[in-house]
Design a protein around this ligand. Structure first.
Ligand code: GNR
Ligand code: NI
Length: 163
């Protein structure tokens, strides 16, 4: 196991669009183990492969208080069931240390994903899990919290990040 280096904003590699996972092998297992170890070491509740410079659709999450409930999502896809029920949440990001951005996201969603064996699953996550999975899917699509800010606030944050 090893702790991976997390890319920091405004690293352009964070803008890479991740590719669908097609091969479910030991290297996928190993990467998700390293991502979980990295997420726990950094006290995050989620981590997308994009953030460790691997551009495949792989996400790990643990929103449990005891940090003992690791979740792994391969090829996650969210379907919005109700566009009108948006819930605001103050979000942080391990790739943008120190930033806190309020984002309103749909909270009635259907999630489709595969596990490490390639078996498909679906569920209806709510609350923090719904927020976090959408934050991670944004990473897979090259999207960052700063994209939800006004241009003025974004440029202030970028100046802070590159100082
Ligand atoms: O650790 C994290 N906390 C968090 C808080 C609110 C909404 C989303 C998150 S995800 C973030 C870890 C991270 O950057 N994942 O990409
Ligand atoms: Ni993030």
């Amino acid at each position: 196991m090893s702790i991976l280096k997390i890319l920091k904003y405004p690293d352009p590699r964070l803008r890479t669009v991740a590719k669908e996972v097609e091969i479910f092998d030991k290297s996928l297992d190993n990467l998700s183990t390293d991502m979980l170890e990295t997420m726990y070491a950094e006290n995050g509740i989620g981590l997308a492969a994009t953030q460790v410079d691997v551009h495949i659709r792989l996400v790990v999450i643990d929103i449990s208080d005891d940090r003992d409930t690791p979740l792994i999502f391969v090829n996650p896809e969210v379907k919005i069931l109700d566009n009108k029920s948006l819930v605001p949440c103050e979000e942080g990001c391990l790739s943008i240390p120190g930033a806190s951005v309020e984002v309103s996201r749909p909270d009635k969603i259907e999630l489709h994903w595969s596990d490490l064996k390639g078996k498909q699953h679906k569920s209806n996550p709510e609350g923090l899990l719904a927020v976090c999975i959408q934050h991670e899917i944004d990473h897979l699509e090259g999207k960052l919290l700063v994209d939800y800010l006004s241009p003025l606030k974004r440029s202030r944050l970028k100046n802070r990040a590159t100082r």
